[in-house]
Design a protein around this ligand. Structure first.
Ligand SMILES: O=C([O-])CC(=O)C(=O)O
Ligand SMILES: [Mg+2]
Length: 625
């Protein structure tokens, strides 16, 4: 386990007080920092060292971080936040007692990247690639993130959706090394103390799952750990959250996946899932333990099943500490952005969102969350909320939510979307025939649900069918990009949750496949929450983020069918999302940190400030403490 404390002095000078014996101080000193002088002498010595390093073989660009460690020898190499493999300089080798423990010739980061990528390319299956990347993450933090960021389009589908789904399904079979924390029912009495087993005082972002609905793959219990790990790797690569300050968590409350539970290699508790009041009270205990140790950390609820997701969000979201549900709110955010951007592509105005007719397949927490977010965007354009709800037609496995008998326990959100003018139970195709929707959303988790019949029916009634199958992973996508374009003769605007390649039509025209995934929103939100110490995550923040994402591309790109920048531009997107979220937080008086004047004066000042807070994967200076 890493024994490290990282601090940006711009953010928290108080870190000096929290250094403990044996820990590493990972410190970034901006030029204006009053602490700069503290490190001046060290920096001069390090520059000398760099000149020596430069003679050995090209010089890496160093970050201005200073890592102070009491570790020596192999324990430096075994700490991924300190390890730089063949990249240790002569002086670091001396100071950290590494002489003889690494091969003699020093390599620059660029050479390490070349070597690692050539081994990566030799991995045969996607799962092999996932494991290769996991092992790299466990070995060398800087190298892992440099490689992930430089090859984001190629590697995001490996460390994130879709391959992370398979890696969860097979977690028990491929498990190698621990990362993150597990809180099980059996630990319940110890939650308050076990949070101190984590060595980092400054946790900024926690992603937590109970594994009850992993992507659309169902209940994967304790196997779900790769989801929080993957999400957090996107906070780091996509928005510059410091890797040291992230914490992946699995709450093991049992699993109802019998096959997994009975598997001899399953690593979670082999018991049925805890439910009802006892479950809620266990989550209460966990939240309270976490808040005791990390009062300001952003908590992201991830992949909780629909029966509890909205309840938990409602329970914790206004408790003066930042909490959100990724599947409800950030998926909602990217859905709003996708619809707004599609309006631009169709030559319409943002206010025309109030004229959309939206059919949504899926009434789980993500489906309802997405529809709720779009309804709020319609309301923000000056419509009554009731009229906004009237733009939706939601279909689940029992057909349309319409008139007729339904459960008394129906949630208020679901009830709001129930049509009073159409009978319950109409099939998706029947609804499309009757309603002639402009937008078709897929949040059903049912791969292939948008059949040729369904899409052709939709294409009969609109010039530009807007088709967004958002379920993950790719196998759960309601249709593929190729199908959407093929069955609409290339007229569709397409965005999916998991990535699909662009499609070349028989006439040679390229049709763009966009990725409407919440990755466009949660990392930027995390950057804003961390940099400003935002105390509560509000719906307005997500709406502001959505509007920003929808306006990042110039008109000529949007007219071609591109709805937002590619994922390889994620850091730029995240800074813009963060600035929009930050502005709402400032306006709503929800910030705990005092910002420099320059950040308050202009949007550019704010984005510059946020960009300065971002962690970069570069080797910093290691100082023997
Ligand atoms: O993980 C993803 O790609 C998006 C997401 O939150 C989900 O599908 O549950
Ligand atoms: Mg999710």
């Amino acid at each position: 386990m890493r024994n490290i404390i990282r601090a940006s002095f711009a953010k928290r000078p108080a870190i000096l007080g929290s250094l403990r014996n044996g820990f590493v101080a990972h410190v970034r000193t901006p030029p204006s920092s009053p602490f700069r002088t503290l490190f001046t002498r060290t920096s001069a010595a390090l520059q000398h060292e760099e000149r020596i390093g430069a003679l050995e073989c090209g010089l890496d660009e160093r970050s201005d971080e200073v890592l102070k460690t009491k570790h020596r020898g192999l324990s430096v190499i075994h700490d991924p936040s300190l390890n730089r493999g063949s990249g240790f300089s002569v002086d670091e080798r001396e100071r950290l007692l590494l002489r003889g423990l690494v091969p003699p010739r020093r390599q620059a980061l660029e050479q390490q990247i070349e070597r690692v990528m050539s081994t990566y390319e030799r991995q045969r299956t996607d799962l092999d690639k996932f494991q290769f990347m996991s092992m790299l993450m466990d070995r060398n933090t800087v190298l892992f993130y440099r490689i992930l960021m430089d090859n984001f389009e190629k590697l995001a589908p490996i460390v994130y959706t879709p391959v992370v789904g398979e890696a969860c399904q097979k977690f028990h079979a491929i498990y190698r090394r621990t990362r993150g924390m597990y809180f099980s029912i059996e630990d319940r009495a110890h939650f308050r103390t076990m949070v101190y087993n984590w060595p980092v005082d400054d946790v900024d972002v926690i992603v937590v799952t109970d594994g009850s609905r992993v992507l659309a793959l169902g209940d994967l219990g304790c196997n779900s750990m790769n989801i929080p790990i993957g999400k957090l790797s996107l906070y780091v690569s996509g928005a510059g959250i410091s890797p040291t300050n992230t914490l992946p968590v699995v709450l093991d409350v049992g699993t109802d996946n019998e096959e997994l539970r009975d598997h001899p290699l399953y690593l979670g508790l082999p018991r049925k899932r805890l439910r009802g009041d006892e479950y809620i009270s266990l989550i209460d205990d966990w939240i309270s333990a976490v808040r005791h140790r990390w009062p300001n950390a952003l908590i992201q609820f991830e992949d909780f099943s629909s029966d509890v997701a909205a309840t938990l969000l409602k329970r914790y979201r206004h408790k003066h500490a930042p909490v959100f549900n990724d599947d409800i709110q950030s998926t909602g955010c990217i859905a709003v952005a996708s619809v707004l951007s599609s309006l631009r592509a169709r030559g319409l105005e943002p206010s025309d969102i109030a004229h959309e007719k939206i059919v949504c397949a899926g009434a789980g927490s993500a489906g309802l969350g997405v529809c709720e977010a779009i309804a709020q965007a319609i309301e923000a354009e000056g419509q009554a909320l009731e009229d906004a709800y009237n733009r939706f037609y939601i279909v689940d496995e029992n057909g349309l939510l319409g008139t007729g008998t339904h459960s008394k326990n129906e949630s208020p959100t679901r009830r709001k979307f129930r049509r009073s003018d159409l009978p319950a139970g109409l099939s998706l195709k029947e609804v499309i025939e009757k309603v002639k929707p402009t937008v078709l959303l897929g949040l059903s988790g049912r791969g292939g649900l948008f059949t040729k019949d369904v899409i052709k029916e939709m294409a009969k009634h609109v010039d530009v069918p807007v088709i967004f199958p958002m379920s993950n992973p790719s196998t759960a996508s309601e249709c593929t990009a190729e199908q959407a374009f093929d069955w609409t003769s290339g007229r569709a605007l397409f965005a999916s949750g998991s990535p699909f390649g662009n499609v070349t039509m028989p006439n040679g025209v390229v049709k763009y496949s966009n990725q409407a995934n919440n990755v466009y929103s949660f990392p930027g939100l995390g950057l804003a929450v961390t940099a400003l110490r935002i105390s509560c995550v509000t719906d307005l923040m997500f709406l502001a983020a959505a509007r920003t994402i929808a306006t990042l591309l110039p008109d000529e790109d949007v007219q071609k069918g591109l709805l937002f920048p590619g994922v390889n531009k994620l850091r730029n997107v995240s800074v813009e999302v963060a600035a929009s979220v930050a502005q709402v937080a400032i306006d709503q008086g929800l910030t705990g940190n005092v910002l420099p004047d320059s950040a308050l004066k202009s949007r550019e000042g704010l984005t510059d400030f946020l960009r300065e807070q971002m962690w970069e994967p570069k080797y910093g200076h290691i100082v023997a403490g």
